[in-house]
Design a protein around this ligand. Structure first.
Ligand code: 5GP
Ligand code: ZN
Length: 138
């Protein structure tokens, strides 16, 4: 896609520190790392969101996430990670080309768990929420 920085990285039109690659995905260092080894994993083709990824790319994606974790584990000496996706602008997605964050975690790194990302407990009961979801289950 025109003007998409991650398409340009995937086509190697702009430089990045690529640490691993699979048939359909690329793993490269985030330009503004929140931790040593902060890595992004992107599809080589343009998909905006996780929910847009063709399911048959699942194995290849999982392979590259685990490969990236393994490389960081061996080189940077941690096997603790926060793994995640900012899916949509409300959730903090800035670059509109799907990317999966691999953030290595170290003791005393001032970070938190994913529970700290949002604090919006529902007004409705779990049963009400469950029943709403069940209405759209096929
Ligand atoms: P988001 O908030 O969309 O989940 O995060 C986008 C991430 O992409 C940010 O962490 C940002 O630092 C990273 N990023 C944006 N542009 C570039 C770039 O041109 N190269 C690299 N390596 N990372 C980028
Ligand atoms: Zn793109």
């Amino acid at each position: 896609m025109n003007n998409c920085p991650f398409c340009q990285i995937a086509k190697k039109e702009i430089n990045s520190y690529i640490i691993a690659e699979s048939d359909n995905f690329l793993a490269f260092l985030d330009i503004h790392p929140h931790a040593p080894g902060h890595t992004l994993i992107i599809p080589k083709l343009h998909f905006e969101k996780f929910q847009d990824l063709p399911p048959d790319l699942g194995n290849d994606f999982l392979y590259l996430v685990q490969k990236t974790i393994s490389l960081i584990k061996k080189s940077l000496g941690t096997d603790n990670f926060t793994l995640g996706i900012n899916e949509g602008s409300i959730a903090g997605q800035v670059v509109k080309h799907f990317h999966f964050h691999v953030m290595p975690r170290f003791s005393n790194d001032q970070g938190h768990s994913l529970h700290a990302v949002v604090n919006n407990p529902p007004q409705e009961s779990l049963e009400e929420i469950y029943n709403k979801i069940r209405t759209v289950v096929d």
